[in-house]
Ligand binder design. Structure first.
Ligand code: ADP
Ligand code: ASP
Ligand code: MG
Length: 596
């Protein structure tokens, strides 16, 4: 018998009428012959209200008590939903996270799922019940209630779909699918028919709040097809599957993280191990750092900038100050009024000039870029918060995200493709206890023969990145990683990029011309570097990956010249003479997480 997991978000169960409507959707699937598990969120804005109550009583509410409090929201909805179904004449049973045996680690407010006891759920289903599951919660080894992080009901739903071997996971919400960007921010955003796991994972972690990013980790790991659709109509929505919508479009979506903060650690001694000290302290607090850029400093010191969600700034500064004292850095500066604008697309890995198109669009709109990082399928730019909305619009326009590409996949095609995906049961059969939300790495790779160019003293003005990459692009050089750093001291920034070693001389010539044209302070470069990539699923949100990498590199006495992180890869640029040895060490260190 087929099994469907449905999930209804807060707005979709906000009042009695909506709960009844959701109950009818569950019953309809049941009467069509499916076994049905329905995951529900807290009603309406109840979780927000509970958070407010907590802060009225305590400025720093203990995380354990926060979870006891927040889990009550979902407990209310499961009971009401079961009652609604019963009143319509069908059998239903409500279950909390603990009752379903959703075991998590003990990171309160951000717990990760370790295992789920499917027997109880399956027993209720086999007895003819619709099972109503509380989203977003679990229990740790000591019987403490835990929650999975805001928006975590999506993760409960996809995790249940994975372990129960469901045919599909339907996410019912207040939009009718996944859009090219948040339709509340840009009315011209377009609903997509299909988006790939990789793209959705990046988009969700870069601000597309329609799905909890960790739910996509599960979906990708276990091949769960997700159908995001409206609670308020019966139209089909968007599918999140392995394929992307269009092979020809470089970008599938844009996202904004409005409340981001930039932190710069000033005067970091340029010796192996300092990054480890800084980032491990932040990672221990489960804060995902993004846009890491190290500026070449003077006198053996460098400035290290990165971004964190604004809500995590206070805790990050606490960690940073501890690290500064320990490693003898000179201080810290930060900017709370910045936003991150990102574009994502599987297609950009094959196309050149995508970054340049984005920088030009921002330049034409007169928007200054403070920091840039690129990785294989995303480009992020840090901009002033009061320009963020404009920035999102111009970027969306520039990649023509409002129109459908000619080679776009449509629904019938996806259905067809789906029937060819691996048998879910066989995937589930390979699951072992405690492995559900663990880090999964797919590869560690060394890309030798790379070169780096760094432009120093680049004036901090709108358009400069576009100008630079216009000239680099014209020379036909293939640019891989780009990072533009923040330099607090003299109002300039530095821009580094990597190219194949064979293009080094050519790139240096272009850099020298740029240096004259824009009156830069100087250029710096190296043609003896290599890129080391660790690939996997959910790497940025598994905050320990960075720490482990930094530790391994520090132990090997290797200095990191450039770094970029995404949910799919962490790349570091290092000296080539130590690259092979470092790769070996990384393989050894990550052996357990590397899938055979
Ligand atoms: P739920 O309570 O059902 O989980 P959420 O509020 O978490 O609903 O997610 C739905 C919201 O996500 C939409 O109302 C929309 O404003 C926002 N959103 C952000 N990015 C996107 C996107 N790319 N596509 C669709 N919706 C998005
Ligand atoms: N109720 C929780 C929240 O508001 C979980 C969820 O809705 O997904 O964050
Ligand atoms: Mg949500």
């Amino acid at each position: 018998m087929s099994l469907i997991v449905q999930k209804f978000g807060g707005t979709s169960v906000a009042d009695v009428e909506k709960i009844r409507a959701a109950a009818r959707k569950a019953i309809r699937a049941h009467t069509q012959g499916h076994q049905v598990v329905t995951v529900v969120s807290a009603m309406g804005k109840n979780t927000d209200r509970l958070v407010e109550l907590a802060y009225e009583l305590n400025e720093r509410p203990p995380a354990r008590e926060m979870d006891v409090l927040l889990s009550t929201g979902e407990q209310v909805t499961v009971a009401l939903m079961a009652m609604a179904i019963e009143s319509l004449g069908y059998k239903a049973v409500s279950l909390t996270g603990a009752q379903m045996g959703i075991r998590t680690d003990n990171t309160f407010t951000k717990a990760r799922i370790q295992s789920i006891d499917t027997q109880r759920i399956q027993g209720y289903l086999d007895a003819g019940n619709i099972v109503i599951a509380a989203g977003f919660q679990g229990i740790d080894d000591e019987f403490n209630i835990t929650t999975l992080g805001r928006g975590g009901s999506d993760t409960t739903a996809v995790a249940l779909a994975a372990v129960l071997g469901a045919d599909t996971c339907e996410i019912y919400t207040d939009v009718d699918g996944v859009y090219t960007t948040d339709p509340r921010l840009l009315p011209e955003a377009r609903r997509v028919e299909v988006v790939s796991y990789d793209e959705m994972l990046e988009l969700a972690s870069l601000g597309a709040g329609v799905m909890h990013n960790r739910s996509i980790e599960f979906a990708k790991k276990f091949g769960v097809p997700i159908h995001v659709r409206s609670s308020f109509s019966d139209t089909t929505g968007s599918m999140i599957v392995a394929e992307c919508e269009s092979e020809s479009s470089p970008v599938c979506g844009a996202a904004m993280t409005k409340n981001e903060a930039r932190v710069t650690i000033l005067g970091v001694p340029d010796v192996p191990g300092t990054s480890l000290d800084i980032f491990s302290r932040i990672a221990d607090r489960k804060i995902a750092v993004d846009m890491i850029v190290q500026n070449m400093g003077t006198e053996g010191r460098a400035d290290l900038s990165f971004t964190v969600p604004n809500s995590e700034l206070a805790v990050t500064l606490e960690a940073a100050r501890d690290a500064i004292e320990k490693i003898g850095a000179q201080g810290v500066s930060y900017d709370e009024n910045v936003s991150k604008i990102s574009v994502v697309g599987l297609g950009m890995a094959q196309q050149t000039g995508v970054a340049h198109r984005m920088f030009s669009a921002l330049a034409e709109a007169g928007i200054n870029i403070y920091m840039i990082t690129t990785s294989e399928i995303k480009i992020s730019a840090l901009v002033p918060r009061d320009k963020a909305q404009d920035a999102l619009r111009v970027v969306h326009n520039t990649f023509k995200l409002d129109s459908v590409a000619e080679d776009a996949r449509n629904w019938s095609r996806i259905q067809h493709d789906r029937s060819q995906t691996a048998d879910l049961q066989s995937v589930v059969a390979t699951l072992q206890d405690d492995t559900l939300e663990k880090l999964t790495l797919t590869d560690i790779a060394l890309v030798p023969d790379q070169a780096r160019i760094t432009l120093l003293g680049v004036p901090d003005r709108p358009g400069i990145a576009a100008d630079i990459f216009a000239d680099v692009g014209k020379s036909g050089i293939f640019v891989d990683m780009i990072v533009q750093g923040y330099d607090g001291e003299d109002g300039t920034t530095s821009v580094s990029f990597t190219v194949p070693k064979a293009d080094y001389a050519n790139s240096r010539a272009v850099a020298e011309a740029l240096c004259k044209k824009f009156n830069l302070r100087g250029i710096e470069g190296a043609d003896d570097i290599a890129k080391l990539s660790v690939s996997g699923i959910g790497l940025r949100s598994h905050t320990s990956v960075g720490t482990i990498m930094f530790r391994t590199l520090a132990q090997a006495g290797v200095n990191i010249q450039m770094i970029n992180t995404s949910e799919l890869q962490v790349n570091v640029v290092i000296q080539s003479d130590k690259a092979a040895e470092t790769e070996r060490l990384l393989r050894e260190t990550f052996a357990e997480s590397l899938r055979s």
